[in-house]
Design a protein around this ligand. Sequence first.
Ligand code: GDP
Ligand code: GDP
Length: 436
Amino acid sequence: MAAPIVAIVGRPNVGKSTIFNRMAGERIAIVEDMPGVTRDRLYASAEWLNYDFRMIDTGGIEIGDAPFLAEIRGQVELALDEADVIVMVVSGREGLTEADEVVAKMLYKTDKPVVLAVNKVDNPEMRNDIYDFYALGLGDPFPVSGSHGIGLGDLLDEVVKHFPDEAAEQEDEAIRFSIIGRPNVGKSSIVNAMLGEKRVIVSDIEGTTRDAIDTRFVTPDGDEFVMVDTAGMRKRGKIYENTEKYSVMRAMKAIDDSNVILMVLDAEAGIREQDKHVAGFAHDAGRAMIIVVNKWDAIEKDDHTMSDFENLIRDEFKFLDYAPIVFVSAKTGQRLDRLPQLVKDVDDNHRKRIGSSTLNDVIMDAIAINPTPSDNGRRLRVYYATQVAVQPPTFVIFVNDVELMHFSYERFLENKIREAFDFTGTPIKLIVRARK
Ligand code: GDP
Ligand code: GDP
C-alpha cells in the first residue's frame, strides 16, 4: 500500500529543489479555491513508468540556526530514516567539493541504495566533467540538468530499479486510518487511550521496516483496523524532529498511506494555520475525514460551547463541511469509544457505490426543483450521471455544454446527492463532461 519514498540529499545550491520540482511536475500544483492551503515543497508525489512514489527534498527542512554541518547531518538523517532510495545531488558546474565528501561519508553507513546525480550538466560537452565524482565511492554518476530537464529519465530508471518488490504487498481488508495534527494536540494520548482499551487486540505488523510503524487492532465486533504511522508520533530525539515542516511532511505521508484521517484539534489552543494546511492536503488527496476536538475536559463550558466551537470549525474549514466533528478527551476517555465505529462508517461511505438508475432519479428530481442555468438563451441540459470510482466517490455528469455548468449549480447537485445518500465524512467528486 505505502508507495516507495525517494529522498533527495546534497549540499546547498546543487539544485535539489530544482530537480524535485521538475520530477513532481504538475503534481504539486496549488489548489486555488482554498485560501490558506498551499502544498509544501518538502514533500510531493510523483510518477515514473508504472511506479507511483513520493519524494522528499531534504533541503526543504531548515533546522533553525543550526551550524552548516548539523544542518546537513539533520537532512541526511531524515533521508536515512524515511527513504527507500536516496538520490545524492552534486554540481557538475562547481565540481567536487569538501561538503560533497561530508555528505557522501554520512551515506556510507546505510545499506539503502544511493544513486548519484551530477546536476547542472546543461550540455553534452560537460559530460566529461562527471568522472571526478567516482571518487565519492557511490557508483556511477548520472549527469542531469534539473533546470533543462535533461537526463532525469535515466536517473529515474535507475531509481525505480531499487524499489521494494511490489509482489511482497498483500491485499488487506483492514481499514487504514491515521491520526494527524500539530505537535501537542494530543495525538499520542489518543493513540494510547484507544489502544489501551482492554477490549482491543493489538499486534505490530511484521514486515519491512516501514510497515513496522503501523499498528493493527481488532475490536470485539471483529472489525480490523490499521493505525498508520503510529510511531511517527513518538519523539525520537532527532535533530529534524521538532521542525514544523517535518511534522507537516509526516502528516502528508500518513495521509497518503491511509483511507481515513482523524484530524485532531486542540480545544484549548484553538485552530492554527498549520491545521488548515494539513486538512487541505487530506481533502485534495480525496481521503475520508473526521475532525476530532481533543482536550474537551480542559475548557470551561456552558450549553453554547460545543455549538460555538462547531461553528468556528465550519467557518475555518469550509471545504470540510462533510467531515463529522467529535469532541473528546484523551485524558478522561470521554467519547473515545465512538471513534472506531465512526472510522468504520466514514470508510464505508468513502467506498460506497450508487447504482446508475437511483442516481439518475435523484439528479432528475433535483433538476425538476431547480431548473438548470442558461446563458445567452442556451440552457444547460443534463443527460445522464454515473458513478465511475470510489475512494472518494466520483461521479461523471454528461451534459450538452460544459461551459453552461456553473459552480453553484454543481454545488447544488452535490448537495442533492448528499441528501439522498449518506456520504458523511467523505469528499465526493463531480466531473462534468460534454456528450455530443
Ligand atoms: P538546492 O539548494 O540544492 O535545493 O538548489 P536549488 O534547486 O535551489 O538550485 C540552486 C541554484 O542552481 C539555483 O540558482 C538554480 O537555478 C541553479 N540550478 C539548478 N539546477 C540547475 C541546472 O541544471 N543547471 C544550471 N545551470 N543551474 C541549475
Ligand atoms: P501529540 O504531540 O499530539 O502527540 O500530543 P501528546 O499526546 O503528547 O499530548 C500533549 C500534551 O497534552 C500532554 O501534556 C498531554 O498530557 C496533554 N493532553 C493530551 N490529551 C489531553 C486531554 O484530553 N486533556 C488534557 N487536559 N490534556 C491532554
